[in-house]
Design a protein around this ligand. Structure first.
Ligand code: HPA
Length: 261
């Protein structure tokens, strides 16, 4: 049974994918229907710590939302399209808007750990693309305004109301799972990146292919490798990601409240 058949009459139009250590953000969902990924064919059962592997469907600020607590990353399998079955089922279930979240390292001293950064654009530095091997002209997906200008405006307005200093920037996708070298980080700074992480970009590409509107927010968990001597670790990502979860909850709750109005 696919997601559509398991919704028990619920009709979410927006989905959120939660990044590393942001699992607590599900607490904003009221009266959720909880479906383990193991019951959803093709949903990836996360193999790394910090990702729960459950789908929550319920209300946030009066709006029905589907929240994916946990994602699979291309570095777990080498497959850039590991989230395709999940995204296809979200689309089939009526999802029109996708809010992606992640943990990322900062490329700028002015963007400190604990900050939230809204993506304005991305750089795909992975050498992978989830649409490779798909056939048909529809796969030449335009990536101008991949991060929807209207949703970005709404996020900025929500942040202002909540007095959250939401940064904006360009996210670089690095395949991982090893972290970057300091030389790679210097390169990302030179080519116009603001933050670096190991997810989100393939999901954005597939969601745009499916015609969904996309926005994305990074929680900055660390300065990237070599900046002020930084040496990122997964422990740090989980710890610092949890600290930023409070602001992420407030930002998203306000975003949904005002989206409805
Ligand atoms: N690099 C890549 N991915 C990350 C980082 C980083 O510094 N921090 C959190 N996710």
């Amino acid at each position: 049974m696919s997601l559509k058949d398991k919704l028990q009459g619920r009709t979410p139009r927006t989905a959120i994918i939660l990044g590393s250590a942001l699992g607590d953000v599900v607490e904003i969902v009221r009266d959720p229907l909880v479906i383990p990924y193991t019951e959803l064919p093709g949903f990836p059962v996360p193999k790394i710590s910090g990702h729960a592997g459950k789908l929550y469907v319920g209300e946030v600020a009066g709006q029905q939302v589907a929240v994916l607590a946990g994602r699979a990353h291309p570095y777990e399998s080498g497959k850039a399209d590991v989230m395709r079955p999940a995204l296809d089922q979200l689309k089939e279930a009526g999802i029109e808007t996708l809010v992606l979240t992640n943990a990322a390292g900062s490329l700028k001293l002015s963007m400190k750990p604990g900050s939230l950064m809204m993506l304005t654009d991305h750089i795909n530095y992975s050498g992978m693309n989830p649409l490779i091997g798909q056939h048909g002209d529809e796969n030449f997906v335009p990536m101008t305004n991949a991060y929807d200008p209207g949703l970005r405006k709404a996020l900025l307005a929500a942040a202002k109301k909540e007095k959250i200093a939401l940064k904006q920037g360009v996210y670089c996708w690095y395949s991982g799972p090893s972290f970057e070298t300091p030389a790679e980080i210097r390169m990302f700074q030179i080519i116009g990146g603001s933050a670096v992480g190991m997810s989100t970009v393939p999901e954005t590409i597939m969601a745009r292919r499916l015609g969904m509107r996309v926005c994305a927010i990074s929680t900055i968990t660390n300065l990237a490798a070599g900046i002020k001597g930084a040496s990122p670790s997964h422990e740090e990502t989980k710890r610092e990601g949890q600290k930023a979860a409070g602001n992420m909850k407030r930002l998203l709750t306000r975003f949904f409240k005002d989206m409805k109005a």
